[in-house]
Design a protein around this ligand. Sequence first.
Ligand code: GRG
Length: 408
Amino acid sequence: MASSWWRWRCCGSWRPAAPSPGHGFSCRSEPPGPRAATAARAQISYFNRVKNLMSAFPNMYSISRFPHVTSAACCCSRTRSGNKYIDPFKLGWRDLKGLYEDIRKELLISTTELKEMSEYYFDGKGKAFRPIIVVLMARACNTHHNNSRDVQASQRSIALIAEMIHTASLVHDDVIDDACSRRGKHTVNKIWGEQKAVLAGDLILSAASIALARIGNTAVISILTQVIEDLVRGEFLQLGSKENENERFAHYLEKTFKKTASLIANSCKAVSVLGCPDPVVHEIAYQYGKNVGIAFQLIDDVLDFTACSDQMGKPTSADLRLGLATGPVLFACQQFPEMNAMIMRRFSLPGDVDRARQYVLQSDGVQQTAYLAQRHCHEAVREISKLRPSPERDALIQLSEIVLTRDK
Ligand code: GRG
């Protein structure tokens, strides 16, 4: 069962309240591009406001972790506050039975070794976060449009394609980072070598492209091919760094969108296009996915400092070792400007990684990054709440909360 693979910890102290319309949190429909500078400025001033808020109310933004209890037999139970709790994983998984078998059918490869390599990660050990969001969004949009909750075959295909693009990018990412472990097992590059790993990633991506073309909707093809460009550009952004502190934060957010949020945002948009002709609904789906996706990556960056390697199935403090200054470091650097030099040299001197880690843990960088994630989740909830009520819409609201409180 999906929820048991992913031992979520649901927050007992914070629920996604309906945010007030004028909370001043900027949100754009298009990915960072020509209008990125304006948005980046808004984000930077937001970055400074977060810092001020945090110091004024130090206890208010702590995210506590309590295990949640869900009924074993159904998707719905009651939370302590009495609201209906919908387990998004149980609900979403109803439409995803056979997900990995179906993906393996897409990877019709005759060569034994290439087949083994490309099927390696489709073993049910991932969280399937993207397919779950996609099928829930499909049903939420279908209900909103014509009260039909059924997921269309083409919408379910988007769930498979999203997981395939995600997996191809993981395989390539591990080559770039020379990573040894992922999901608690050796990476493809460590087992078969870098050259073959690159080809396996390419093969998964080409199978995803064939499945996408088979849907035969040019708007959807264009939405999902944008994701592939964003993934490459996001990874490329990560290879560079910025000297100026404000530029650095904008650079980090743009990278975060492109590497992680674009796939979630555009997959949500794709199923909304397939299920409903209204562009307003497409924008809601996109904005929900974008904000949840950014929050997901911000929490990933937090977990790199706070989780242990066993929990994550991969080494932690990995970002610093790769020379990356993520949210917790950028916030910590505001409190400890001496970190600037280390950021500029990408933590390359002996002792830099340990010292930077200590600075982060002494600062409120982790809490501020988590708070920024919380704001993005509020925005996601505000967007999805515009759809007509449905169990899937409520599950998407729950999912945004789970993103904030996950521990792996
Ligand atoms: C081949 C499409 C393609 C792209 C090449 C290498 C690259 C460009 C992009 C890397 C993108 C990347 C790996 C982003 C990281 C996103 C992220 C948060 C991954 C972890 O996601 P989880 O936690 O992983 O959902 P599981 O293992 O649960 O699936």
